[in-house]
Design a protein. Sequence first.
Length: 757
Amino acid sequence: MTTTQNRVENVSGVSRRDFLGTIFSAGALILSAPLLPSDAEAAGTVDSAAFHPSVYLGIEPDGTVIIVTHRSEMGTGIRTALPSVAADELDAMWSRVKIQQAIGDKKYGNQNTDGSCSIRDFYQAFREAGATARYMLEQAAAKQWGVDAADCRARNHEVVHAKSNRKMDYGQAAVLAAKEKATPPKERLRYKTPQEYRYIGKDVPITDLEDITTGRAVFGMDSHRPGMVFASIERSPVLGGQLKSLDDKDARGVKGVTDVVTIDAAKPPYGFQALGGVAVIADNTWAAMQGRKKLKVQWTPGEHAIFTSDTARKSMFETVHAPQKAVRNIGNVDAEFAKGGRTFEADYYVPMLSHVSMEPPVAVAEYRNGKVECWAPTQNPQAVQDTVAQAVGCKPEEVICNVPLLGGGFGRKSKPDYVAEAAILSKKLGKPVKVVWSREDDIHWDYYQANGAMYLKAALNEKGVPSAWLQRSAYPPIFFIFDPTVKQAGMIEMGLGWVDLPFALANHRAENGPAEAHVRYGWLRSVTNIANAFATCSFTDELAHQAKRDPIEYYLELLGPDRTINFKKEGTENFNYGRSEEDFPLDTARYRRVVQLVAERSGWGKHKSTKGHAWGFAAHRSFLTYVAAVVEIEVDDKGRVRIPRVDYAIDAGRVINPDRVKNQFEGAAVFGTSIAMMGEITAVDGRIQQSNFHNYPVARINEAPVMTNVHIAPSEALPAGAGEPGVPPIAPAICNAIFAATGKRVRELPVKKTKLV
């Protein structure tokens, strides 16, 4: 495609009023096929009346194709990828496609851009949208010409009659098709073959690329309303703390400060509520922040002031060193250990982690006549509707959530507490309010990835291969934010790399124990896969070295014969990322494929590790994508680590946009490096100790991998996730390489806590 053909009209925001009349011109074809997975449609989440689709696909009389995408753009390219699927099946010219960003509305199905599931859940729905529109255009043109529709094909924005070579532009055909009152049944649709794809599987540039690189893109921080005021909020340093006393005299004396307003403290379960606190209102952000510094505030700390992370760490290890609830059980581990042969055991630990996306939380809200309109860089506009409605006392459908670009998210921005703050203040003040979080706010009041302790033990046969494998974990449960009585991780967390170990083990037991929660926990990019992969991948490498075996050869032996694992048959409850094992089985052949591919492409086995220079390997399946990683490490005589190269091999099923998938894995290598090398959130007496990048660092340019190669295995399997699966194997691969280079085994993250020389 030429540069001109690659360019799509600028994405623009859409209000509910637009959807009622101004998106499309008179005479446009408005597709009435609901763009939802069939299970969501059957559940009644779609208005089934004609011409009320969940996501609109329409064609203007001038031939412009308008596709409304319902997921949030935060660097993944999702509002290019999903529309390109529909445009491909429609056989539209990409240069004549216009993309509109959806507002929050239940008609769109699940809008939560989380869990690496946007393509997985909506690939087929967008295919249906494009194929349906193409069918309707062909039928309309055939009817106009009085010919057999079987002889008409929609190609490259025209309907062509094969026998006469007559042609009709999509715009003209759309006007005719718009007169039809019903869309065709699904069984009449014809889908393209992979050989016919124009965009699927191709490197289509993201629609926002030019605006982002030229500074015209609108992010959440850019949102503005006439008459808007700015707010900076002081919150209790301990979760659940109550305001004890307030002296705001000095704050009110700061130039630009117009008011000081209190927000009621949240009560458990905390969910996505605004935490409460004292808001300084000003005519600019700087003044609001300076006024906030002048506040004299005292807090009653509350029950969570007992939380100190070092004490919690000790408690979790006490838990995992004792029997806990079995979540997977094969054979008889205890009987095998009782035989008294050779065993090996190890403890692993990961700390709490913060999201620290480059754009901290920010939101604008305008409360008027009992309704609220928001402008928020959110991963979940429907959660905004629900949370804001509860906060101000209106109905969710009375909350309009406009979604600009997100300056990163990583799971933090699916939790709209910051939007609720803006809405509450707007209602109190009677004017639009912009709430801006500082980096310190972002780190102090995050929804943290939980810290966790893991204990693993294996009985080893004469070849050093496990005849029994025991693993125990304990970490505070994410669902504490929804139910404060919960003490133990749920099956979702267990299904993120804990119960779904792929090895062919005759005796295997996975256990999980309780842990207290005292801060807000949430999902961070790849969630508990981070801890689970670190423990299992590190332990596997340790066993390989115990057996004096090559780690990749050893890993492939543990995989055993190619097979799909039937968790239901063995009696194991496996979350499987919310999808059926029939559609997405755990297939060890796909594991084997990526391991062999990364070994080949990285040159594994051709390099000889030396003191201070070595390679490490790890493999992990997450979000239904199979990933293997090889990391090259250099450690100098001062213990400083350099990462010259990372190689990934991935099987993510059918890939829609290879360039964006590679981009996600390149970013994951940097993200995973930050987690492995330096990331750690700690607490003392309930107060978070870190505040900015000086004490919660992320990988700088000289610390990030110098080169990251992403090798995509061709696959005809259903599309799987891409945004998160690159993160879990990086930390263990780095630590395994460090051991090969230094002889120092890293069992606790971050690496900076281990003396390497």
